[in-house]
Structure formats: structure tokens, C-alpha cells
Design a protein around this ligand. Structure first.
Ligand code: FAD
Ligand code: NA
Length: 389
């Protein structure tokens, strides 16, 4: 083996491991990705006709309150001062999201202050007070009352899951944030912004080290390349960030995922919707939201002749679809426990990232968890020969 470490997957998890191993331990690292590009789901590229940066796997907003992660990512990119805000289009009227005093007063045609609004929502939520809802529909009503729930949450969630909320488990939502101020910033984190020269430039800088080689269009499970499962296992440590069920040939069954379909369209107008994300919470609209990418970078000099939008549709993933969000049913959790045991027993292989742990991870969480794996497992193994498991 001409490398010291093989990393399967070039998303933020895999690249953080590779970058730390190369710069801090001077290891030679091969990073494989079966896709044609680096960066996993955070990959972006400029749409050809307009030059507008689009996020190929859905809009990606960077935000974190973790100082260590913030310091780390700033070694590879600067961030703009972008602050994410979302609006929602319900029955021909646009409201600010998440539900806040502005949404409430517009919806009820009122001018309530915070205390009054809070009392009203509490009264409406009282419809199911003291009950223990088993389905998401009842839970939603109990949390914010029927009127707001049915307008903004019910069908939106139903579309996300392609399931009537009456048939979804209540545990999918533990809380529905309602703000009794006019603050409609989407994220509450200390740091927020978008990479000044785009996600792909950031990601490429993480991989830009003489000790790191990136092999694209290369699947760990295919033979015929030097870093396949059959050639590497037992030879060098592997950090695997692909789907954990795939690694074990689905012996415990398939874990279930939701996926999204994105329909891209270039429109001959400067501005289509006036904001980056518009939700569509009504039942008669098939998509959940529309992204308009120019608004992620108001500081850029984009063309005024055209704009790029993506309509987002949500559905259950089938084999061959990109797995995006864990469904996480009771059955999935049982399988996951079994897969975790198998993973633990797999010597010299560490499982990480979104797919390797079957967990939704934001970018800062994927990076933070990779930094911990590096500190707690990879560095001790190479420094002191500690067992890798
Ligand atoms: P991934 O990015 O999925 O990378 C895994 C890589 O492994 C992939 O490139 C895959 O091709 C490769 N791979 C898998 N199997 C194999 C194999 N057998 N051989 C070779 N390569 C393989 N985070 C935020 O912070 N903000 C957001 O707004 C945000 N929006 C998101 C929207 C969507 C629709 C999704 C799905 C995620 C979003 N995220 C967001 C999360 C963000 O994408 C993840 O944090 C990040 O992708 C996690 O990185 P990862 O390295 O674990 O996984
Ligand atoms: Na292991």
C-alpha cells in the first residue's frame, strides 16, 4: 500500500479527516469518491448559462456556535455576512418564517403584543391540552393550536413525508418554534455566512495538500482500483463515510431514507421571488419550496438578465436514489443497533459522517465530529499504536 490511510467519501467528514491526517501527522491519504466531483452533498457549481452558483444537492447554509469548528473552517475560506431568512406562501399571501409575531399578526389580522399573542396561542393549543398525542397532527395542534398548525405545518410536513400527518409518529416534532418577537432570522447560531468564493473552492482547499490524492468516480466496493475494499482491508486504516448498511451488504436489512428531487429552471428575469427560499405549505402545490440562488450572494455581480430557481420535491428514497434524511422508524433504529455492533467489530475501519452513522448532520456537526474522531482515534493510533475500532 502506498498510502497510510484510506478515506471513503470526500464530503466534509472525510475531507476533515484527510486534511488533519496530512497536515498534522504527515500521513499519505487516499480519498475516494464514487461521484464525479469532490465535496459530497455540499458541492456547488456555477450554472452554465447564468454563472450563478447553485448548490447541486439542495441549499446549504453554514452556521455554527462551535468555536473550534469556526476557527477550523476559516482556515480554508472567508464567509460573507449572509443571514438566512425564509418566507412562506399560503393561500396567495406571503408570511415570514419561522412563525413569529409578524406571522401571527398578519395571519389573525391583528396588532397584538408579545403577551397577548402568547395568550392566544396558548388558548388555541388548549384544544388538546393534557392529552398525549400519538400522531404528528395532534402533536402539532397541541404545540401551536389548530389555525397556525393547519396553515403552515400540516401539509408542508405531509409533503415532506408523503404521508398524512395523522399517520406520522408524534415524535418527529418535539417542538415547533414560535417567536413572540419580529425576529425572523432562521438560525440562532453565533456564526453564520456563506463561503465568499463558493463551496467548491472551500472544499478544494481542504484537499489541496501534496499528501492527499483524491480518486473520483471510484467506488470502494468495486475492484479494479488500488484502494478497493478487497485490497485495503487489513492493510491500512479506513475511514468509511458511505452508507453503513451498504458496507455490510445489507445483512440486517436496508435503513430507510428520504430523498429530494430538485427541478432546476433558468428564468429570463432578474429576480423571481425576492428571497432565497420560499416555502409552499399548501396541499395543492406539489413542491415544498423554491430556492432562488442569486439571493445567497447579493454581494456578487450576477447577470440581471436571468435567474436560477429550483423547485424541491420530497419523497421516500428507493435503491439508487441519493439518501438524504434518515427516516428513523422504530425498525430502522433496531437495525442501526445491529449495524453499530458490526461496525465496532470491524477492525481498522472507522465509520463516520451522515451516511456512516445514519444521522442527519449539519456541515458544522460533520466537521466537529470528524475533528473528534481525529483526536480520539486516529491520532492515538498513529502516535501510540492504540487499537482502532
Ligand atoms: P456527504 O456529504 O454525504 O459525503 C459522503 C460522500 O461519500 C459522498 O460524496 C458519496 O458519494 C461518498 N460515498 C458514499 N459511498 C461511497 C463508496 N462506496 N465509495 C466511494 N465514495 C462513496 N448542512 C448545513 O450545515 N446546512 C445546510 O443548509 C444543509 N443543507 C442540507 C440539505 C440537504 C438536502 C442535505 C442532504 C444535507 C444538508 N446539509 C446541510 C448537511 C450537509 O450536506 C452534511 O453535513 C454533509 O454532507 C455531511 O458530510 P458527510 O461527509 O458526512 O456526507
Ligand atoms: Na470499527
Amino acid at each position: 500500500m502506498n498510502v497510510d490511510l484510506v478515506v471513503v467519501g470526500s464530503g466534509f467528514f472525510g475531507l476533515t479527516i484527510a486534511e488533519k491526517a496530512a497536515t498534522e501527522l504527515d500521513l499519505k491519504v487516499a480519498v475516494l469518491d464514487r461521484r464525479r466531483h469532490i465535496g459530497g452533498n455540499a458541492y456547488s457549481e456555477n450554472e452554465k448559462q447564468t454563472g450563478i452558483e447553485v448548490h447541486r444537492y439542495g441549499a446549504h447554509l453554514f452556521h455554527t456556535s462551535n468555536e473550534r469548528v469556526w476557527d477550523y473552517v476559516n482556515r480554508f475560506t472567508e464567509f460573507t455576512s449572509y443571514q438566512h431568512k425564509v418566507y412562506t406562501s399560503h393561500r396567495g399571501e406571503v408570511y415570514p418564517m419561522p412563525i413569529n409575531l409578524g406571522t401571527i399578526n398578519q395571519f389573525f389580522r391583528s396588532s397584538m403584543g408579545p403577551a397577548e399573542a402568547r395568550a392566544l396561542i396558548q388558548e388555541q393549543a388548549g384544544e388538546l391540552a393534557g392529552t398525549n398525542p400519538e400522531n404528528l397532527n395532534d402533536k402539532g395542534i397541541q404545540l401551536i393550536g389548530r389555525p397556525l398548525y393547519e396553515a403552515f405545518i400540516k401539509y408542508y410536513t405531509g409533503k415532506q413525508w408523503q404521508t398524512d400527518p395523522k399517520n406520522l409518529p408524534a415524535e418527529i416534532i418535539s417542538r415547533l418554534p414560535v417567536r413572540y418577537t419580529y425576529d425572523n432570522r432562521y438560525f440562532n447560531d453565533k456564526y453564520e455566512g456563506l463561503p465568499v468564493d463558493g463551496y467548491t473552492a472551500w472544499i478544494e482547499r481542504m484537499a489541496d495538500h501534496p499528501n492527499i490524492t483524491v480518486e473520483l468516480n471510484t467506488d470502494f466496493f468495486d475492484d479494479g482500483h488500488p484502494y478497493s475494499r478487497n485490497t485495503t482491508l487489513g492493510q491500512v486504516p479506513v475511514v468509511y463515510t458511505g452508507p453503513v448498511d451498504r458496507y455490510f451488504d445489507y445483512v440486517e436489512g436496508d435503513l430507510s431514507w428520504r430523498t429530494i428531487d430538485l427541478e432546476e429552471e433558468v428564468l429570463p428575469v432578474e429576480d423571481f421571488q425576492g428571497c432565497s427560499v420560499m416555502n409552499y405549505p399548501d396541499e395543492d402545490v406539489p413542491y415544498t419550496r423554491i430556492h432562488e440562488f442569486r439571493h445567497f450572494h447579493p454581494e456578487r455581480n450576477y447577470t440581471k438578465d436571468a435567474t436560477v430557481i429550483m423547485r424541491e420535491f420530497s419523497r421516500f428514497a428507493e435503491k439508487g436514489d441519493e439518501p438524504y434524511y434518515p427516516v428513523n422508524t422504530e425498525e430502522d433504529r433496531t437495525k442501526l443497533v445491529a449495524y453499530r455492533d458490526l461496525a465496532k467489530g470491524e477492525d481498522m475501519v472507522l465509520f463516520g459522517g451522515r451516511l456512516g452513522t445514519y444521522k442527519y448532520l449539519d456541515m458544522h456537526m460533520a466537521i466537529g465530529s470528524a475533528l473528534s474522531m481525529f483526536d480520539n482515534k486516529i491520532k492515538p493510533y498513529f502516535d501510540n499504536g492504540t487499537r482502532l475500532e
